[in-house]
Ligand binder design. Sequence first.
Ligand SMILES: [Fe+2]
Ligand SMILES: [Fe+2]
Length: 273
Amino acid sequence: MTQQLELPMQEYLNKNIKEIIGEFPPVADVLNGYDIGCVTCGLGTCLFKDIVGIHDLDPGEEAALLAGIARVIYPDRAVAIPKIERKSKPKSGEVSYSPPMKKLVDEHRLIKRWVAVIPRFIEGLDVTTEAGRRLIRQGIDFIQSYADKFHHAKEEAILFKCFDEDLDIIRTMCADHENARGRVREMLAALARQDRETIAGNLEAYRELLTEHVKKEDEILYRWMDRNLSMKQVGELFAKFHEKDIEFGDTPQKYQEFITRLENKFNTEEKRK
Ligand SMILES: [Fe+2]
Ligand SMILES: [Fe+2]
């Protein structure tokens, strides 16, 4: 008699991997066999279906991993192995980052959009009215809350910890972050005394600093790091970044809206000229 194949694995794909390991401890051994250290990760917030995508297994390894896990969950019957949807591979010539590094590159996009509006932001600096000062405070808040607390903190507190932090390139990146924090302090002090020129000078210096900084990270640092991270570290990074995202809630969306508002404001003003 032909054995009936079922698709019950599907329900597990949307479950948290730590929950599955809690229910079926030998699943951890199967994952370890592919250097996927969900147990030692300590977070385990990833869904089972994401684990495969994050670790970028080849199709053969993916099928074998899923079959191994299916044997643990359903030891007494054969079940069909579901296909996991993958995002399309980048076209040749495009840089491919690991999923956690891609997250940081995507965060840079918003920082680059901010950097791109800074020249028009400087032109419009108005320290003499409450509305003008509010806009300056919002710009500084983007630097402090999004670029620094949300993004740079992921690099300093999580990513850089995977490497020797005495490496020149990492020290340089941290010095850039510190430099940006100094610019913020100077701008806040200048805002309190309504000193337009100092704010403009620091914003321009920040623009130059971040333009180079983001370029170095996107084009050199992250690529080098990706080549040196183990599959287990990639998974751990993804989980830790995900935890940070949860901690920060709607922060990215709030600042995305702020940058879009700025872009619209300056575009509209430019069209009126
Ligand atoms: Fe950075
Ligand atoms: Fe960065």
